[in-house]
Write a protein that binds this ligand. Sequence first.
Ligand code: GAP
Length: 511
Amino acid sequence: MAESNSADLMDKIVSLCKRRGFIFQSSEIYGGINGFWDYGPLGVELRKNIRDCWWNDMVRRRDDVVGLESSIIMHPKVWEASGHVGGFTDPMVDCKVSKQRFRADQIFFSPVIVDGKTVGYVTVLESERIAEELLEKAEAFKRKKAIQGKLEPVQPKDFTEAKPEEIPQIPSPATGEPGSLTPPRAFNMMFETYVGALRDESAVAYLRPETAQGMFVDFKAILDTGRVKIPFGIAQVGKSFRNEITPRNFIFRSREFEQMEMEYFIADDDDWAKWHRYWIDWCREWLISVGISAELLSEYDHAKEKLAFYSKGTTDIMFKYPFGVQELWGIAARGDYDLTQHSKASGQPMEYFDDVKKKRFVPHVIEPAVGVDRILLAILCSAYVEDQAPDEKGKMETRTVLKLHPRIAPIKVAVFPLLKNKPELVKKAQEVRDLLRPYMTVFYDEASAIGRRYRRQDEVGTPFGVTIDFDTLGEKGPELADTVTLRERDTMKQERVKISDLLGILLPRVR
Ligand code: GAP
């Protein structure tokens, strides 16, 4: 990541994504729709590469994990049994004046205490500097009201902890004035729809808020196919939908997003902590294997007292995004809760028979769950670099480069004829493009000066560039005929290679 880990960096990444066709605001010509995003030509490739890498590593290259693609709309009883109808809520607060809506746990407040007496309240929205910002506001409040005395340290709390008598005194983050915030209310984040022609209660269904329930509901069906033996996992990639109160930070928290989840079923008496650790380490290594910098990753163990009653432990792999350290991948030990719930609600046993131990039991589960979009953003943040490179005249200039891992890069190689008005160069370059295209994504570019073409590819993370010049045509001697320059994005080093060797050199480096 570039040195400045700041809002400035985030703005640069958002702007690059739009400018170069990675990500656009959904329905932009109508003013956009909050929490929804479209992936353009390069974004689609990047996303697909992330998905494919995960699928290959998680499913195809393992003997103990199988795949599933369940439907997005499932029987509504699934979501009753899973607890989502009753409990998939966020605490919501309305500002009656501005009509803005906030998540209560993202509003932070403190009393302003001078000489032991509360003289007012200050509010900030969640950030990296909650305590500092509250203190700055408390000092400004005291100055503005000309209150004499000693200001005491701030006591940050989130709005879910506000006492009823405090609520009318806490300023709205929208207006800065107290008196307009409502008490927090539970808001269910599932999107509702109707199945069939009727629009009554009996037709209500939900867009899934997670892919995981598909794996639990189909557990028996997969077991009965006879291919799997405990311990084993069921993996799925697919869209999930959550009516987030405050979608934000670009694609980090969206209302429509894609998840990659795997439920790993283990014996009821197996060492769950060992498997939990195994999957935390696997996920971390996988993130590094797709080019995320290890220094930007950390782990956060959820406090035991804040876990759901059935959960044995949850650890999040955190990523240092420009807007703060945030959850990237959650690895939860969920006990036998989900299978037991579906067994009770459906009346179908969800048991596994161990024919060695001659024992029947409900398996326990370890669940690594991650969002494709969050990984994509972490990859972009990790890869974004500004360095210095010589321009056409040898003068140093700032170069923007996405140092994407070649496995993940949307375009693997760019092919350039040195000049577009020399038919022999163009013809040769097109031959090279056609040679490589069956094996990797190739971008052919003949527009503008060669330096500008390199820069354009650096900015979208293309790891290799191949230039066809007059040497290729044998104009400087037969020994150079049918050779090209192969340029490496990060070092900008160029080597001369034979066209016949190109595929053999590139393939192992991009796969
Ligand atoms: N089945 C468990 C589950 O869904 P979660 O922590 O709610 O757990 C798992 O979600 C992962 O999905 C998160 O770690 C995150 O990567 C991604 N995710 C969750 N909500 C998201 C949102 N609104 N936008 C983008 N990604 C999201």
